[in-house]
Design a protein around this ligand. Sequence first.
Ligand code: DX5
Ligand code: ZN
Length: 218
Amino acid sequence: DRSIKIAPSILSADFADFGREIRAIEDQGADWVHVDVMDGHFVPNLTFGPPAVKAFRPHVKTFMDVHLMIAPVDPYIDAYAEAGADMITAHVEAGPHIHRTLQAIRATGKKAGVALNPGTPASAVETLLDLADMVLVMTVNPGFGGQKFIHNQVEKVKTIRNMIGDREIHIQIDGGVDPTTAPLVAAAGADVLVAGSAVFKGGSVDAPQIYGDNMHAI
Ligand code: DX5
Ligand code: ZN
């Protein structure tokens, strides 16, 4: 089923009100909740860790998609699984053993995602397709919301969709997704669209219908 799913990123939500923000986007139709974990080492920003993800869990009724922008990643996989992640996505660039990392994520019983930064070619996932439930294609350099979409990643999406063939593997697009860029990546074969600033802009828990309007525009 390649219907397009919207996964708002709470990186652009109110950091003082995550529970209400999560409920608001899900009430407005979010398919997944995208949780951006940053360690201030793999990326030049720091967000939250396992205790925060554990606190988010009871508020998430749909699917908690945890994007680990951390290195090393292996020592923390169990903590994010126990915190309640439904999907755990690791970056190929986070260490030398991405194949083993995906095996470790699968061993927790969670869905396994593999993420590629803009500088990493599609070929990096060639040997991983039997271990991944999703390929995350970064369309910005990771670390911040509100950045400009990197257009040369669209070709990479097409290449990956061809590599996947008839396997049941999601392609998630992450970074700079908005009403103008979404159609480009959907046409290229993506089926899960992360959007932070495009969803949260102008809205709030007191005006949640703006979240809904923003999501439906994508
Ligand atoms: C960036 C994160 C993205 C980001 C998307 O490192 O991985 O998920 O929150 O934000 P927008 O949609 O504003 O580009
Ligand atoms: Zn992300």
